[in-house]
Write a protein that binds this ligand. Structure first.
Ligand code: G1P
Length: 281
């Protein structure tokens, strides 16, 4: 089945960005002039996904307003020299649909994804964590992952090598390389996954970043998944159940990833996009 839907867990508090995130969703923080979540939506659209499903929470209404028409603004700006500022967001709104559900309690990423079941149903889907901002000159990271999914028809997680001392910030995988000349040894059959292990316990330094393709059996697994690291329901633990059946592939993606959930990563992304983009007048 073709992947059409992309889930955006967006209920988190963004405490690391307080006070900016007190009344503004962290997903709406801009890198240059574009909110983080719009980068994620554009990456999904580029991968051929046009149905966006957003798991929001209290205080997140700005996300819904962002992906809607503002009639006052359209009226003010129409025919002026400033109209081009709206072209990207207009194109997003025209080319995809958005639906929303709320996560009532913060019980972890696995729980947030399970909340999205009502919007996803029984089909494979992508997950984008908007604070991991990805960029590639050619195909975007989700496009690359959709290609992997189309070949193997199982869950796919994006990974990158991180310094071993950072393994406690990520889900970490172990696996065996699938030899594949096309993908240049970038595919692993996952054999183990651990959420945020101490460096001394980490099976490897291959960290999962915020891009997933999940098959819908993940929902039944999540329903049975007990709270894990930090007392939260972890997607990593649910994926391990699929991995035990040989149904998870880790993909070392091509491109850059910025951890915009941290101030350092956010500044790095801002500098990178500033240098890359010619800012409109
Ligand atoms: C989540 C996941 C973790 C993954 C990370 C990627 O953690 O639980 O496995 O490596 O996203 O960004 P979080 O960053 O939400 O703490």
């Amino acid at each position: 089945m073709k992947i059409k839907k992309c889930l955006f867990p967006a209920a988190g508090y963004g405490t690391r960005f307080l006070p900016a995130t007190k009344a503004t969703p962290k997903e709406m923080l801009p890198v240059l002039t574009k909110p983080l979540i719009q980068y994620g939506v554009e990456e999904a659209l580029e991968a051929g996904l046009n149905t966006m499903a957003v798991v929001t929470g209290r205080g997140k209404r700005a996300i819904e307003d962002h992906f809607d028409i503002s009639y006052e603004l359209e009226h003010q700006i129409k025919g002026t020299s400033k109209e081009h500022y709206l072209s990207e967001i207009r194109s997003v709104i025209t080319n995809c649909t958005f639906s929303y559900t709320r996560q009532i309690e913060m019980k972890g990423l696995g729980h947030a994804i399970l909340c999205g079941e009502t919007l996803i149903g029984n089909e494979p889907f992508a997950v984008v964590l908007a604070d991991d901002l990805c960029d590639n000159e050619d195909d975007g990271v989700l496009s690359q992952m959709v290609e992997v999914y189309n070949k193997y028809k199982c869950s796919v997680v994006a990974i990158e090598e991180v310094p071993i001392e950072d393994t406690n910030k990520y889900g970490v995988i172990a696996g065996s390389i699938i030899s594949d000349s096309d993908q240049e040894s970038s595919l692993y059959q996952v054999t183990d996954m651990v959420e945020k292990p101490d460096p001394k316990d980490a099976p490897t330094n291959l960290a999962i970043i915020g891009r997933y393709i999940l098959t819908p059996d993940i929902f039944d697994i999540l329903r049975k998944t007990k709270p894990g690291k930090g007392g939260e329901i972890q997607i990593t633990d649910a994926l391990l159940e699929q991995a035990k059946l040989g149904n998870v592939i880790a993909y070392k993606f091509k491109g850059k990833r910025f951890d915009c959930g941290s101030v350092d990563g956010f500044v790095e992304a801002t500098n990178y996009f500033y240098e890359k983009t010619v800012l409109p007048d």
